[in-house]
Design a protein around this ligand. Structure first.
Ligand SMILES: *[C@@H]1O[C@H](CO)[C@@H](O)[C@H](O)[C@H]1NC(C)=O
Ligand SMILES: *[C@@H]1O[C@H](CO)[C@@H](O)[C@H](O)[C@H]1NC(C)=O
Ligand SMILES: *[C@@H]1O[C@H](CO)[C@@H](O)[C@H](O)[C@H]1NC(C)=O
Ligand SMILES: *[C@@H]1O[C@H](CO)[C@@H](O)[C@H](O)[C@H]1NC(C)=O
Length: 434
């Protein structure tokens, strides 16, 4: 597809490898309310490159949105920071806020192309149209209050709009993908999205698969199982590893224990096998500034300049292993998509973006609690429905109406049509940005 042009583009970046290695970066800090400013991005991009135990290979940043937090459609200040630090970019278009937000995303992109020119566009390794939107409209996502998602048809439309928006610009050859949980990719009802993209962005967290035997001993196997299944439905398209990681702290999830030691094992067994062999954006550099979520995935803690929490140096002897698993987990409906919904969101907490056409009515309260409250995971054990990973904090508000999302009690309320003040988009972003 556009892959060869992507390679050429990436290779032209001084010092960049053809394959990207990086972390995920939200548009706000971990409290969900403090926008990430240029200096915040800059310090993190620099820190990523200087992590002890690595060879400076963390030179890429995946963004969930191109809109600067707190603005309607201004380009993210991450762009200037990326230019200044020679950090490549996997751009993201936030698609779980409806057409209006996508339109604003594309405005921000056009403005950035105009403003920064090739300094910016040369850094772009791809554009993800959406992030976990299909997970959010799946039963697991709905039951776990994960927020407003997008349907396959909506995403296909947004992908088309993005191709149109970049045609005739210096990004016209950009490689377009979509990021979702592996469970969303293997759901045949989503195949229109698979057909529409150049690559599949896979998020997978064995820790959240709490209806599986998901202790750290099985972390590596569950990882490869997810990869194999996603690759298997991709029709030969590339799978980019857009999010994976193991928490350093937090609650138990099934058999998965969050600990520094287990995070180190997952790093050794998974990161060391995939970094440099795939496009990888690890979850994550830090998620504890200013507050530590539960669970927390940062490889560094609340002091950006402190040493990594565990040894990031790969044992080269066995770091090239590419284990694959077959059979054991071969039923696509078996493994849980139990996942996460919290984190620092792309839009900031106070809803400076305009509202989304309503899917529900109601009043959202306690939003920041939910946004920062962690994950919650309750195996339901009910056949194909899985472990649930929900944001902490009790859902509030009540959805009504026959819209497809009406059963998302808490977040449907968040999407109330007129909701400027309480920050419709803001909260959706907060809850869904991981
Ligand atoms: C499969 O995908 C469709 C379309 O996104 C969604 O409505 C459905 O709930 C999904 N099923 C499961 C089991 O996730
Ligand atoms: C999802 O999360 C919510 C809130 O944390 C919880 O009440 C619910 O039981 C979970 N759903 C499932 C299916 O476990
Ligand atoms: C290499 O093997 C050792 C011993 O089996 C193991 O502890 C370590 O995690 C492995 N490292 C990788 C990168 O697979
Ligand atoms: C967001 O709104 C809350 C409540 O209205 C306020 O306390 C907080 O300071 C605001 N945050 C920002 C970043 O504006």
């Amino acid at each position: 597809m556009h892959y060869s042009s992507f390679l050429g583009l990436a290779a032209s970046i001084a010092g960049a490898q053809a394959l990207s290695t990086g972390f995920n970066y939200g548009a706000t800090q971990s409290d969900g309310s403090t926008p990430m400013e240029q200096s915040d991005y800059q310090s993190r991009f620099e820190r990523a490159k200087s992590l002890q135990g690595t060879d400076g290979e963390f030179t890429s940043a995946r963004l969930y949105t191109m809109i600067q937090s707190g603005t309607t459609d201004s380009p993210s200040s991450a762009f200037q920071a990326a230019i200044d630090t020679k950090t490549s970019l996997l751009l993201g278009i936030w698609c779980s806020g409806g057409q209006e937000v996508v339109t604003n995303e594309l405005s921000a992109l056009s403005a950035a192309i105009e403003q920064y020119g090739s300094e910016f566009t040369d850094l772009v390794v791809g554009i993800s149209v959406g992030s976990e939107d299909l997970y959010r409209v799946s039963p697991t996502g709905i039951e776990n209050d994960s927020g407003y998602g997008a349907t396959p048809n909506e995403l296909v439309s947004y992908i088309k709009q993005t191709r149109q928006a970049i045609s005739g610009t210096s990004l016209s050859g950009a490689s377009l993908g979509h990021v979702d949980t592996w469970t969303a990719w293997v759901n045949g009802s989503n195949s229109a999205v698979t057909d529409a993209v150049d690559w599949l962005g896979m998020d997978t967290y064995p820790y959240f698969e709490n209806t599986e035997a998901n202790s750290i001993d099985n972390g590596k196997e569950l990882y490869w199982d997810a990869y194999d299944k996603t690759k298997g439905v991709g029709g030969g398209k590339e799978v980019w590893i857009t999010e994976t990681g193991w928490p350093v702290s937090g609650k138990v999830s099934g058999q998965a224990v969050a600990s520094v030691s287990n995070a180190e094992t997952y790093w050794q067994e998974v990161a060391c096998a995939i970094l440099g062999n795939y496009n990888v954006w690890w979850y994550t550099l830090e998620d504890s500034i200013p507050t530590t979520p539960n669970p927390s995935f940062g490889v560094i803690g609340s002091d950006l300049n402190s040493a990594p929490l565990y040894d990031l140096k790969c044992d080269k002897k066995n770091s090239t292993s590419t284990a694959t698993s077959t059979g054991k987990h071969s039923s696509p409906t078996k493994s849980a998509g139990g996942h996460h919904t919290m984190g620092s969101g792309p839009y900031g907490s106070n809803g400076t973006m305009s509202g989304v056409a309503g899917h529900a009515t109601g009043t959202a309260t306690g939003l920041l609690t939910k946004a920062t409250g962690g994950y919650g995971s309750n195996p339901t054990g009910a056949g194909a429905s899985h472990a649930a990973a929900g944001p902490g904090g009790a859902p509030s508000g009540t959805a009504s109406g026959g819209a497809p999302f009406a059963s998302q009690t808490a977040n449907a309320a968040v999407r109330a049509g007129s909701a400027m003040g309480a920050g419709v988009i803001a909260v959706v972003g907060l809850m869904a940005a991981l």
